[in-house]
Write a protein that binds this ligand. Structure first.
Ligand code: UD1
Ligand code: CA
Length: 476
């Protein structure tokens, strides 16, 4: 079985981004851009093209060459890959030299080195597999990916010889006027025969800026009369991100891919032009996403939901049949059948159980709200545990902060909280208790009692209905 070693170059600072954040960590569809490259590399063995090589070729562990911001990058990707350090950033050729030791140290040294750049996040696993297939079938020394685009662009230009074989990649800085008009450009993905690669890297010329260009290997191979093969992919996969304009272009392409995947999987997206969904988001069949909606992070949404318009959902989990209109959720859980909005906000730790109805201008933070509970208008629940079938009247507030500490509020099953009740925490409202309109509850409220006033006092006790006593007896 032959092996290929996938190497991703990510040591550059990304000067043209004008950022302190290493370029490959800038997010695209909610993930650092290099995560998309790593994912494409991971998926090579599952592609259609790779089927031809299934029994002949296997991938070694991902290796990333880091330099600028190395610690940040290693923190972001952890042991998903191993790392080689390029101490000074002397060009893409120099970066591959930095990977040599780690590659040669592998148990059975790989025959092929597959090099990608960490700033080309739109690359697909399918085209990477095609490149490997071409490389193996042609028994090439170098095989690289090209694309066709209209000038002007800042990609390296492909110069071909009379026999049609790629003879040289000319970087824009060094290109003649004629060469600048060449439409075939370098996408920045290469397969190299490993043994040849190390010797050829030592022959790389240093350019006037003191850099070693990986692209110059094509000229070296071709002058040695070796086989240089190419695969031409679609230009949209090629886009390298050097500045924030290209970042926005790539985001647009990536966003469309995500929406397309969801639509093919049975999600209706009414207006793709105004819908923003991150790459990791999952949405179930027959859910409908309305215009102006942004769904980010690791959000999971069930089936038959109706989300939007004008809604943002971040890192939240929604069950089936939820309806969320003009609202914002972050770090929240909505169980099946919850309806929310318009204009409500679930903050981290909000957990609305089955069929909760949270209407307009509500906020829930770090609270559990039991099944079938209603909270229709202008209420705030913070650090609260609310039971089943509770009615929260308009304007109810958990007064959870005493200036020093956040205090808990507990509301029992079947309680009825009158409009404008202030629940001064820590406080417990017993099961089936009722608070009157405008009550300021400073002490615990007994189950089945009615309290009112400022501060709230017990007016009288309620007679639990016979049926609920029966139920109680049955349980015993
Ligand atoms: C490169 C190619 C160009 C191609 C384009 C495609 C070279 C010389 N040119 O140009 O032909 O059309 O990509 O996107 O390769 N890096 C390091 N160490 C370094 C320098 C760069 O690890 O010392 C990494 C960067 O972090 C980056 C990648 O290599 O992820 C590419 O470098 P970049 O400077 O963006 O190359 P381009 O100018 O885009
Ligand atoms: Ca680049």
């Amino acid at each position: 079985m032959m092996k290929y070693a996938p190497v991703v170059l990510a040591a550059g600072k990304g000067t043209r981004m004008r950022s302190t954040v290493p370029k490959v960590l800038h997010p695209l569809a909610g993930l650092p851009m290099m995560a998309h490259v790593l994912q494409a590399l991971d998926e090579i063995p599952h592609t259609t093209a790779f089927a031809l090589l299934q029994d002949a070729l296997a991938g070694a562990k991902l290796l990333v060459v880091v330099g600028y911001g190395a610690e940040e990058i290693e923190r972001a990707f952890g042991d998903r890959c191993s790392y080689a350090v390029q101490e000074a950033q002397l060009g893409t050729g120099h970066a591959v030299m930095a990977a040599r030791r780690a590659i040669d140290a592998q148990e059975s040294a790989p025959e092929i080195v597959l090099v990608c750049y960490g700033d080309t996040p739109l690359i697909s696993s399918e085209v990477l597999a095609r490149l490997l297939v071409e490389h193996v079938e042609r028994r090439a020394t170098v095989t690289f990916l090209t694309a066709i685009t209209e000038p002007p662009s800042d990609f390296g230009r492909i110069v071909r010889g009379n026999n049609g074989q790629a003879r040289e990649i000319v970087e824009m800085k060094r290109a003649t006027r004629e060469q600048k008009l060449i439409k075939e450009v370098n996408s920045g993905v290469y397969c190299f025969e490993r043994a040849w690669l190390w010797s050829a890297l030592e022959m790389l010329p240093q350019n006037p800026a003191g850099e070693y260009y990986l692209t110059d290997l094509v000229k070296i191979a071709s002058e040695q009369g070796r086989t240089v093969a190419t695969v031409t992919g679609s230009f949209s996969e090629t886009i390298g991100i050097n500045d924030r304009v290209q970042l926005a272009e790539a985001e647009q392409i990536m966003r469309w891919r995500v929406l397309e995947r969801l639509m093919y999987a049975g999600v209706t997206i009414i207006d793709p032009a105004t819908t923003y969904i991150d790459a990791q988001v999952e949405i179930g069949e027959d859910s409908v996403i309305l215009p102006g909606t942004m769904i980010t992070g690791k959000t999971r949404i069930g089936s038959f939901c109706r989300i939007g318009p004008a809604t943002t959902i971040d890192n939240s989990v929604l069950g089936d049949r939820c309806v969320v209109r003009n609202s914002a959720l972050e770090g929240a859980i909505l169980e099946e059948g919850v309806s929310m909005g318009p204009f409500s906000h679930c903050r981290p730790g909000a957990h609305l159980a089955r069929n909760v109805r949270m209407g307009n201008f509500g906020e829930v933070k770090n609270s559990y709200v039991g099944p079938e509970t209603d909270m229709h208008h202008f209420s705030y629940l913070g650090d609260a545990t609310v039971g089943e079938g509770v009615n929260i009247g308009a304007g109810t507030i958990t007064v959870n902060y005493d200036g020093v500490r956040k205090n808990p509020t507990t509301i029992g099953d079947g309680a009825s909280i009158g409009s404008d009740t202030m629940l001064v925490a820590p406080v417990t409202v017993g099961e089936h208790a009722t608070t009157g309109a405008g009550a300021v509850v400073t002490r615990d409220v007994p189950a089945w009692s009615i309290v009112a006033g400022v501060p709230a006092r017990v007016l009288r006790m309620k007679e639990p209905p016979a049926s609920s006593q029966d139920e109680g007896e049955k349980k015993e």
